[in-house]
Design a protein around this ligand. Sequence first.
Ligand code: M6R
Length: 608
Amino acid sequence: MCGIVGYVGERRATPVVLDGLRRLEYRGYDSAGIAIVSDGEITCTRRVGFVAALEAVVPPTLPGTTGIGHTRWATHGGVTEANAHPHLDSTNRVAVCHNGIIENHTVLRSRLEEEGIAFRSDTDTEVLAHLISKFYSGDPEAAVRQALSHIQGTWGIAVVFLDHPGLIVAARNGSPLVVGKGEGETFLASDPHALAAYTRQVVYLEDRDLVTITARGWTISRLDGAGVSRGVEVLGEEWTSEGRGEFSHHMLKEIHEQPESLARGVLGRVVPDEGGARLGGFDLTPRAIAAIRHIRVLGCGTSFHAGMVGAAAMEGLARIPATAEIASEFRYRNPVISADDLFFAVSQSGETADTLGAVREVQIKGGSVLGVVNVVGSSIARSCGRGVYVHSGPEIAVASTKAFTSQVAALLVAALSFARTRVLGPHEGKAFGEELLAVPKRVGEWLAADNPGVMEAVELCAQGKFVFFLGRGVSHAVALEGALKLKEVAYIPCMAYPAAEMKHGPIALLDKRTPVVVVVPDDVMRDKTLSSVQEVRARGARVILVHTEGDAAAQRLADVSIPVPRSSTLISPLFTVLPLQLLSFRAGLALGRDIDRPRNLAKSVTVE
Ligand code: M6R
């Protein structure tokens, strides 16, 4: 949520910073701005809208070799140029980009106003620019340190000073920052996407780190002044492939990448000969697995939906009581955490503030939490210390697709491994493992085939004022995921319910025009769900059925039939979600939406 880029070196900073902002645009795209230190001034340019709008007005020949930039997802203050970052102090000698939230900004602002400072924006960030300026007496690092000692909240900041044209001071607390090591140049960014084209050698800052960056390198210290050293890590190959390739949109590309992303998640982990699975990152002995009394899976949005499937698998396959919980709600009810509970924190970005907060709540209370994360080295992965990377590869589209299936696959592999340790025999384990290993190829075949039902469903949904999604068990999680996708990509109001709950109220919403998407694989709940479909049909609503191929009875009940491959229940979400991903993509396209950058959203939600 919001992207920061910084550069100090020998090249002109403007193109490097703009390029980094383009790569980070998925983090926020309400406005963008850059500040370049050159020729005795800080040239600050900001524009509402996408980075392209900024590029169009930034003087291309600015000579400065030090600069910072920002893409914003608005929190405090509307989407205006005045509220865009960077923010300058009153003397235009300090410029600041900030991700996060300054919780005590109101009181700080009042104090500064009493001292005669005139504010130029409605943002919380501007107080930081004035505070740093107030404490500056020649030492940039000391001024930032002192200013931050007055701040309550979260921050990832980058600051430039007119008096120090070859230097950036940056600090992190709750909002990620990474330093990139070049030859005679140093980079800064809120995530490695901005850096991978320039360097693969990076240093991740930890919370309450402060770094001073020059072209020659960097010095990291703690906010209290203590020295600290952080190791250089090498970015994996996956950070370098970001183009859309043959695809019109990142979302479509990512949907079609699922055969490969799923293969990365299961190959080498599922061991059919043993009828089980190996996940070294968990670092759990069989004895520790046997002692687990309750599993709780934490996540937000799509990751929560994947967590619902994971919890069902832990309970259904491994026979461990398991629940999925919305991470943003979890910590505020002062949850009871027992030593024999095991938590999973599921997150694509690994930076979601709500999920990170839940992880900390578990850890504060002595609980054990494993990460199920896509982005290597991200805050949640590092906080958990143990866990599994889902290996989706970079997901750029704001709407999550391949991360969902990779998260589900990782949780199914974990459930298989726990199940084998506790209750599952080798034959059942082998069968489940083999079915999992076959999924990537079968997903590829389904995606490559003509699925006319998807376009028919698009026609119904794009015309509808409201779309209702139904499913039971793991298919309820898929229904929720389908509804979330259609909301965020096509802006169509949707609701998802466990099918049997429909009659307890929401059925009142149905009329002859309502498209109802029902996820009904051929499993133990099929007949019950088809009864709900009959109730829908009796109200004259239009039924879009995602069902197992060859299920003629289900097909007969459908206005639009979308068959998917046959599978066991717990594996079915890896297939049933595919048409719903395509439905939201195609509906968004038909309605002229900005598919990869839906309005009001950002890819990683690093504020609460
Ligand atoms: O990065 P995370 O998986 O932690 O993100 C959680 C949600 O913000 C995310 O899944 C969001 O719901 C997506 N936009 C859904 O497509």
